[in-house]
Write a protein that binds this ligand. Structure first.
Ligand code: PLP
Length: 479
């Protein structure tokens, strides 16, 4: 046996290799309120309930109470009524999956069910289509604003359509789709409409209170039948909690599951999971109760100030611009002009060297390569430092010049059929990308500079990129 202290010391040493989750230096994946004591509250509440099992709400009524409280809080914030029903899930992806599943199950009469998605919809909906045998119909968004095109969305709906989706806002560009127009078109055809407010649901209502012109996007909009909001994003709760709301309980019925046909307990599930830890639920419940509306309003005020300061700074920065006109707390930074003379992938590496993580996003339709920033309350106060480091990173990237993928390699990639790749071709490409055998271990598996890898991935079509990165993942996950 190892002492508990030793084990925790070992864990701390492992965590030291991770990106920092606090301090505002990691501008994707993590959400930091910057408030002292909030982590400890979440951890304490998590510990109190993590052994309890949401599988049976009659055995653990505390979890039932807390889940109903979270659903009620989300409904209050997002235009719910007395009829609103919901479920607490493990995260945004699970909430989106369940919205699709419920819609498919609600239309068992449709033999070839389809969902209509703006091309900017989160990949979780593609996963849902893949898992549940539903066809995903992708509708290009406006080429300049990156908002869903309501007329094109309406035209894409047909007798197969069981669900239409809009984002509030989209992850990649931070813009809110025209929910009202899309919802009206869906309602007219008797089609369900899901609003993916996974990332915006807990901050947009507060931004509106602060005077930001936030278009109506929630259950108060006629025709919206469900909405998702992740508590582990802008509700600043520990990871593992999202809420899916339905306009009424009948719409939820399709993602409930029961099986009495085996010798064990009758399995009754509201979500994908069966055994469900009470930990994330209790942690979220505690954080919500502690912060309250006034706490979230303050956090939103700080976040908004940080977003504006960063966006203004980028506008002044020679060579970079903000893509589109973001409605929320997410920014996508692209180069100015086609021939910028530097590479954003290099800028990301330079920022990493200066202690900041910004997330590269590949080109898609009219959206060029860009750097994603998820701005949170913890970014307030360090905007000037961020902008100074960004300016220095652009200068360094200019100095280095754009990353070039050799013409030969580019031709080789263009000729590949992602569905018929051999193990040797995979190994060759991974090696060319610098993603060869790493022998497992997570820490230190990646080279310091990702620009050459990203440049190579950028010339690969999306399908090939998927195959390559899954192969890489399969190499990482080896004991
Ligand atoms: C984060 C996100 C999701 C997926 O949520 P996970 O919690 O990562 O599973 C879905 N939609 C949007 C818009 C998101 O930002």
């Amino acid at each position: 046996m190892s002492s508990a202290d030793d084990v925790l010391a070992e864990l701390r040493a492992l965590r030291a290799h991770d990106l920092p989750t606090h301090g505002g230096r990691t501008l994707a994946y993590v959400y930091d309120s910057g408030l002292a004591g909030l982590d400890e509250l979440g951890a304490g509440a998590h510990a109190l309930a993590s052994s309890a099992n949401g599988l049976d709400p009659t055995a653990f009524p505390s979890l039932l109470r807390m889940e109903n409280d979270l659903v009620a809080a989300a409904a209050r914030l997002l235009g719910g009524t007395a009829d609103t029903a919901g479920a607490v899930t493990s995260g945004g992806t699970e909430s989106c999956l369940l919205a699709v599943l419920a819609a498919r199950e609600g239309r068992r009469d449709v033999a070839d069910p389809a969902i209509v998605l703006p091309s900017t919809a989160h990949a979780a909906f593609r996963k849902a289509a893949h898992l549940f045998g539903v066809r995903a119909v992708h509708v290009p968004v406006d080429p300049v604003t990156f908002r869903a095109d309501p007329a094109a969305m309406a035209a894409a709906m047909d007798e197969h359509t069981v669900l239409v989706v809009a984002s509030a806002p989209s992850y990649a560009h931070g813009v809110v789709d025209p929910v009202g127009e899309i919802a009206a078109a869906a309602a007219e055809r008797g089609v369900r409409m899901h609003v993916d407010a996974c990332i915006g649901g807990w901050v947009l209502p507060y931004l509106r209170q602060l005077g930001v012109d936030v278009p109506a996007f929630d259950l108060s909009v006629a025709g919206v039948t469900s909405i998702s909001v992740d508590l582990h994003k802008y509700a600043y709760c520990p990871k593992g909690t999202s809420v899916l709301l339905h306009a009424d309980a009948s719409l939820r019925r399709g993602h409930y599951f029961a099986s009495a046909d085996w010798p064990g307990y009758t399995m009754l599930n509201t979500t994908v999971q069966s055994t469900r830890s009470g930990g994330p639920l209790a942690a979220a419940w505690a954080v919500l109760r502690h912060l309250g509306d006034d706490g979230y309003l303050r956090l939103a005020r700080d976040t908004l100030a940080a977003v504006r300061e960063i966006a203004d700074g980028v506008a002044r920065l020679d060579g970079l611009r903000v893509l589109g006109t973001p409605d929320s707390t997410l920014l996508a930074l692209a180069t100015e002009g086609a021939e910028a003379g530097f590479d954003l992938f290099t800028v990301a590496d330079e920022m990493k060297a200066r202690g900041w993580y910004v997330q590269p996003q590949f080109a898609h339709e009219t959206s060029p390569v860009n750097l994603h920033l998820t701005v949170t309350a913890a970014n307030r106060g360090s905007e000037a430092q961020f902008l100074a480091d960004l300016t220095a990173s652009v200068a360094a990237a200019r100095q280095a010049g754009p990353v070039r993928v050799g013409a030969e390699l580019e031709e080789f990639i263009a000729a590949l059929d992602p569905d018929a790749l051999t193990a040797e071709q995979f190994a060759g490409l991974l090696a060319a990308a610098g993603l060869g055998e790493h022998g497992g271990g997570a820490a230190g598996a990646l080279p310091d500079r990702m620009a050459p890898i990203n440049a190579l991935l950028a010339v690969a079509p999306a399908r090939l990129r998927e195959r390559l990165l899954l192969e890489f993942l399969s190499q990482l996950y080896r004991p």
